[in-house]
Design a protein around this ligand. Sequence first.
Ligand SMILES: Nc1ncnc2c1ncn2[C@@H]1O[C@H](COP(=O)(O)OP(=O)(O)OP(=O)(O)O)[C@@H](O)[C@H]1O
Ligand SMILES: [Mg+2]
Length: 291
Amino acid sequence: MVERVKTGIYGLDSLIEGGIIDKSAIVIVGSSGTGKTTFAMQFLMHGIDIGEQGLYVTMEESPEQIMREAKMMGWDMEKHYEKDLFFIHLKGKNFKKMIEEQLPQLVKVRSDYDIKTRVVIDPMTPVIWATEDKLMQRELIGKLFYTLKELGVVVATVEEHARPGETIGEDVLLPIYLADGVIHLEYYPIGGAFNRTMKIIKMRGTAHGEDVYPYIFARGAGVIVRSSPMEVSEKEGKSYDEIFDEAIRTAKHLKAPEYVVEKLEKMKAGWTYPYSPEEAIQIIFDTYNLK
Ligand SMILES: Nc1ncnc2c1ncn2[C@@H]1O[C@H](COP(=O)(O)OP(=O)(O)OP(=O)(O)O)[C@@H](O)[C@H]1O
Ligand SMILES: [Mg+2]
């Protein structure tokens, strides 16, 4: 049996045979604002929830900026900073040198300790822009993936410039080609609850869902993907707070881990959305097998 790593992105794992095959590189493609960073952070923080470590490779933003962004989405990265969450800041001009020399050394040290680690490269776009030479781009991206996969699953985000509904742009074909899996995010600014969609373009070694799946953001929990048609009983007359309180009671009753209860509490505090949280809560319960 191949080992699969649960992404922690609610609704996604059931579409990819339970998770991502260990030591593979996944690319999240989408235009600006679709939720790539949110996906990546959620994947990383889920690992930390269950006792793994996280490595965040950044290019433009400092760790402080990223931790601030994470806080807004409901993840407390500071608590884990340099304990089980680490950052590598690949800066500007000497990408090539860093990727070819420093990174492998760093990885070697970590892999010697044999700690389960999730890696995020967000955004990976600057690596593509570092050079116009396609061969060089291919070499850099290939090395980045190859080196970091040594540690565990690598999730890299790539920005695309196509508009919703258009075919994937040429500028992102290389990372797509080199990755073991690709998830495409789109945003249709038309209002409503589920106006963001996810599609699995490829996932090597995996029989994956082939539809277009809507997803929402829930502050405190992250991305929630609707992986199957849902029928939630309309809890008529109940306020959203009451729905959350009931969910929290049920979760405790079902002996859910503390971090799950905490997530529901954070979600309750952050639920300012104009629609009922019932479906989102249902997907989260399914994810943690709370029945
Ligand atoms: N919990 C949330 N609730 C509501 N909206 C959210 C939530 N999390 C993120 N968003 C919205 O989604 C947007 C995009 O999120 P994110 O930063 O993950 O996208 P991105 O694809 O990484 O964008 P970029 O290309 O700018 O890096 C945010 O600007 C924010 O408006
Ligand atoms: Mg981003």
